[in-house]
Design a protein around this ligand. Structure first.
Ligand SMILES: C[S@@+](CC[C@H](N)C(=O)[O-])C[C@H]1O[C@@H](n2cnc3c(N)ncnc32)[C@H](O)[C@@H]1O
Length: 204
Protein backbone atom coordinates (compact mmCIF):
# COMPACT_ATOMS: atom_id res chain seq x y z
CA UNK A 1 0.00 0.00 0.00
CA UNK A 2 1.21 3.51 -0.81
CA UNK A 3 0.20 6.16 1.74
CA UNK A 4 0.28 9.85 0.83
CA UNK A 5 0.90 11.43 4.21
CA UNK A 6 0.15 15.07 4.95
CA UNK A 7 2.83 16.47 7.27
CA UNK A 8 1.14 19.73 8.13
CA UNK A 9 2.54 23.20 7.48
CA UNK A 10 6.02 23.12 9.00
CA UNK A 11 6.02 22.23 12.70
CA UNK A 12 6.74 18.57 13.61
CA UNK A 13 4.11 18.86 16.37
CA UNK A 14 1.44 19.53 13.74
CA UNK A 15 1.49 16.02 12.27
CA UNK A 16 -1.64 13.99 13.02
CA UNK A 17 -1.48 10.92 15.25
CA UNK A 18 -2.40 8.81 12.24
CA UNK A 19 0.41 10.30 10.14
CA UNK A 20 2.94 9.47 12.87
CA UNK A 21 1.63 5.92 13.30
CA UNK A 22 1.72 5.13 9.57
CA UNK A 23 5.18 6.71 9.24
CA UNK A 24 6.50 4.50 12.03
CA UNK A 25 4.89 1.37 10.54
CA UNK A 26 6.12 1.99 6.96
CA UNK A 27 8.91 -0.13 5.55
CA UNK A 28 10.13 2.81 3.47
CA UNK A 29 9.63 6.58 3.65
CA UNK A 30 9.98 8.94 0.67
CA UNK A 31 10.15 12.75 0.74
CA UNK A 32 10.26 15.34 -2.04
CA UNK A 33 12.60 17.71 -0.20
CA UNK A 34 14.45 18.75 2.93
CA UNK A 35 11.49 20.50 4.58
CA UNK A 36 9.47 17.27 4.57
CA UNK A 37 12.53 15.35 5.81
CA UNK A 38 12.96 17.75 8.74
CA UNK A 39 9.33 17.22 9.76
CA UNK A 40 9.53 13.44 9.92
CA UNK A 41 12.99 13.03 11.52
CA UNK A 42 11.59 13.21 15.09
CA UNK A 43 9.44 10.14 14.31
CA UNK A 44 11.56 7.76 12.21
CA UNK A 45 14.87 6.10 12.86
CA UNK A 46 15.98 5.65 9.23
CA UNK A 47 16.78 8.58 6.95
CA UNK A 48 14.03 8.97 4.28
CA UNK A 49 14.78 8.58 0.58
CA UNK A 50 14.67 11.84 -1.38
CA UNK A 51 12.79 11.80 -4.69
CA UNK A 52 13.65 14.64 -7.02
CA UNK A 53 10.78 16.38 -8.86
CA UNK A 54 12.56 19.19 -10.73
CA UNK A 55 10.52 22.23 -11.81
CA UNK A 56 11.21 21.99 -15.54
CA UNK A 57 8.98 22.49 -18.59
CA UNK A 58 10.32 19.72 -20.87
CA UNK A 59 7.28 17.42 -20.83
CA UNK A 60 9.08 14.37 -22.14
CA UNK A 61 11.85 14.69 -19.55
CA UNK A 62 9.26 15.28 -16.81
CA UNK A 63 7.33 12.15 -17.78
CA UNK A 64 10.57 10.16 -17.69
CA UNK A 65 11.39 11.44 -14.17
CA UNK A 66 7.87 10.86 -12.82
CA UNK A 67 7.75 7.34 -14.24
CA UNK A 68 11.15 6.48 -12.77
CA UNK A 69 10.10 7.84 -9.33
CA UNK A 70 6.76 6.00 -9.40
CA UNK A 71 8.52 2.74 -10.28
CA UNK A 72 10.97 3.16 -7.36
CA UNK A 73 8.06 3.72 -4.96
CA UNK A 74 6.04 0.83 -6.47
CA UNK A 75 8.89 -1.62 -5.92
CA UNK A 76 8.72 -1.03 -2.14
CA UNK A 77 4.91 -0.75 -2.04
CA UNK A 78 4.69 -4.34 -3.34
CA UNK A 79 6.57 -5.51 -0.23
CA UNK A 80 4.69 -3.51 2.44
CA UNK A 81 3.37 -0.13 3.51
CA UNK A 82 5.23 2.82 2.05
CA UNK A 83 4.92 6.50 3.02
CA UNK A 84 5.17 9.34 0.53
CA UNK A 85 5.26 12.51 2.62
CA UNK A 86 4.01 15.91 1.59
CA UNK A 87 3.92 19.36 3.19
CA UNK A 88 0.45 20.39 4.31
CA UNK A 89 -2.34 18.25 2.89
CA UNK A 90 -1.66 15.71 0.10
CA UNK A 91 -4.73 16.69 -1.94
CA UNK A 92 -4.13 20.44 -2.02
CA UNK A 93 -1.57 21.61 -4.59
CA UNK A 94 0.58 18.58 -3.99
CA UNK A 95 2.91 16.19 -5.77
CA UNK A 96 0.86 13.28 -4.44
CA UNK A 97 -2.08 13.95 -6.80
CA UNK A 98 0.19 13.56 -9.82
CA UNK A 99 2.05 10.65 -8.25
CA UNK A 100 -1.26 8.77 -7.94
CA UNK A 101 -2.08 9.41 -11.62
CA UNK A 102 1.33 8.20 -12.79
CA UNK A 103 1.16 5.22 -10.45
CA UNK A 104 -2.21 4.20 -11.90
CA UNK A 105 -0.58 4.15 -15.36
CA UNK A 106 2.76 2.51 -14.67
CA UNK A 107 1.97 0.32 -11.64
CA UNK A 108 -1.83 -0.16 -11.48
CA UNK A 109 -1.48 -2.98 -8.95
CA UNK A 110 -0.40 -0.47 -6.24
CA UNK A 111 -3.22 0.61 -3.91
CA UNK A 112 -3.07 4.15 -2.54
CA UNK A 113 -4.55 5.84 0.50
CA UNK A 114 -4.38 9.48 1.59
CA UNK A 115 -3.84 10.64 5.16
CA UNK A 116 -4.93 14.27 5.30
CA UNK A 117 -2.76 16.89 6.94
CA UNK A 118 -3.18 20.44 8.22
CA UNK A 119 -2.87 22.60 5.13
CA UNK A 120 -0.90 25.86 4.94
CA UNK A 121 -4.07 27.25 3.34
CA UNK A 122 -5.96 27.13 6.63
CA UNK A 123 -3.15 27.15 9.20
CA UNK A 124 -1.50 30.34 7.88
CA UNK A 125 -4.32 32.34 9.47
CA UNK A 126 -3.35 31.15 12.97
CA UNK A 127 0.25 32.31 12.59
CA UNK A 128 -0.73 35.56 10.87
CA UNK A 129 -3.22 36.32 13.64
CA UNK A 130 -6.10 36.80 11.20
CA UNK A 131 -9.35 35.05 10.39
CA UNK A 132 -11.34 34.24 7.26
CA UNK A 133 -14.99 34.96 7.94
CA UNK A 134 -16.67 35.04 4.53
CA UNK A 135 -16.24 33.14 1.28
CA UNK A 136 -12.82 33.05 -0.27
CA UNK A 137 -13.75 30.79 -3.15
CA UNK A 138 -14.62 28.12 -0.58
CA UNK A 139 -18.21 29.27 -0.40
CA UNK A 140 -20.78 29.49 2.34
CA UNK A 141 -22.96 31.74 0.17
CA UNK A 142 -21.48 35.05 1.47
CA UNK A 143 -19.50 37.55 -0.65
CA UNK A 144 -15.89 36.76 -1.35
CA UNK A 145 -13.70 39.09 0.74
CA UNK A 146 -10.44 37.21 1.23
CA UNK A 147 -7.76 35.53 -0.84
CA UNK A 148 -4.88 33.24 0.01
CA UNK A 149 -2.20 33.13 -2.67
CA UNK A 150 0.31 30.26 -2.51
CA UNK A 151 3.78 30.22 -4.15
CA UNK A 152 4.08 33.96 -3.58
CA UNK A 153 7.51 34.50 -5.13
CA UNK A 154 6.42 37.94 -6.39
CA UNK A 155 4.28 39.27 -3.53
CA UNK A 156 4.08 42.89 -4.73
CA UNK A 157 2.83 41.74 -8.16
CA UNK A 158 0.14 39.70 -6.40
CA UNK A 159 -0.82 42.67 -4.23
CA UNK A 160 -1.03 45.01 -7.26
CA UNK A 161 -3.37 42.56 -9.00
CA UNK A 162 -5.68 42.14 -6.02
CA UNK A 163 -5.70 45.86 -5.14
CA UNK A 164 -7.50 46.40 -8.45
CA UNK A 165 -10.22 44.05 -7.19
CA UNK A 166 -10.71 46.07 -4.00
CA UNK A 167 -8.43 44.23 -1.55
CA UNK A 168 -6.85 46.56 1.03
CA UNK A 169 -5.12 44.57 3.78
CA UNK A 170 -2.22 42.28 2.98
CA UNK A 171 0.04 39.92 4.94
CA UNK A 172 3.04 38.10 3.57
CA UNK A 173 4.41 34.98 5.26
CA UNK A 174 7.36 32.70 4.59
CA UNK A 175 8.25 29.31 6.10
CA UNK A 176 5.43 29.47 8.65
CA UNK A 177 5.78 27.42 11.83
CA UNK A 178 9.53 26.94 11.26
CA UNK A 179 12.46 28.61 12.99
CA UNK A 180 12.95 30.69 9.80
CA UNK A 181 9.39 32.02 9.84
CA UNK A 182 8.75 35.53 8.44
CA UNK A 183 5.41 37.37 8.81
CA UNK A 184 5.14 40.88 7.39
CA UNK A 185 1.95 42.91 7.70
CA UNK A 186 1.03 45.84 5.44
CA UNK A 187 1.79 46.38 1.74
CA UNK A 188 4.64 48.83 2.52
CA UNK A 189 6.53 46.19 4.55
CA UNK A 190 6.24 43.38 2.00
CA UNK A 191 9.21 42.72 -0.32
CA UNK A 192 9.23 42.36 -4.13
CA UNK A 193 10.64 38.82 -4.00
CA UNK A 194 9.51 35.88 -1.90
CA UNK A 195 10.70 32.37 -1.11
CA UNK A 196 8.84 29.39 -2.65
CA UNK A 197 7.32 28.54 0.76
CA UNK A 198 5.39 31.77 0.93
CA UNK A 199 1.81 32.99 1.09
CA UNK A 200 0.07 36.32 0.60
CA UNK A 201 -3.19 36.76 2.52
CA UNK A 202 -5.50 39.56 1.42
CA UNK A 203 -8.70 41.09 2.81
CA UNK A 204 -11.08 43.64 1.30
C1 LIG B 1 3.04 22.75 -3.67
S1 LIG B 1 2.16 23.79 -2.54
C2 LIG B 1 1.81 22.63 -1.27
C3 LIG B 1 0.61 23.00 -0.43
C4 LIG B 1 0.38 21.98 0.66
N1 LIG B 1 -0.04 20.71 0.09
C5 LIG B 1 -0.61 22.45 1.71
O1 LIG B 1 -1.68 21.85 1.84
O2 LIG B 1 -0.26 23.40 2.41
C6 LIG B 1 3.49 24.69 -1.90
C7 LIG B 1 3.02 26.02 -1.38
O3 LIG B 1 2.41 25.85 -0.10
C8 LIG B 1 2.63 27.00 0.68
N2 LIG B 1 3.26 26.60 1.97
C9 LIG B 1 3.34 25.34 2.44
N3 LIG B 1 3.90 25.33 3.66
C10 LIG B 1 4.17 26.62 3.98
C11 LIG B 1 4.74 27.28 5.12
N4 LIG B 1 5.15 26.59 6.19
N5 LIG B 1 4.86 28.62 5.10
C12 LIG B 1 4.42 29.34 4.04
N6 LIG B 1 3.89 28.79 2.93
C13 LIG B 1 3.76 27.44 2.90
C14 LIG B 1 3.54 27.93 -0.12
O4 LIG B 1 2.72 28.89 -0.76
C15 LIG B 1 4.15 26.99 -1.16
O5 LIG B 1 4.50 27.67 -2.34
Amino acid sequence: MLYGIGLGPGDPELLTLKAVRVLKESIKVFVPGEMAAELIRPYVTEEPEFLDFPMIYDEEKLKEIWTANALIVAEYARKGDVAFCLIGDPNFFSTFTHMKKVMAEVAPDIQTETIPGISSITSCAARMGVAVETSFEVHDGSDSNYFIHLKARKPQEIIARFEKEGYKEFIFAERLFSDREVILKGKENIPEEGNYFSIVYGKK
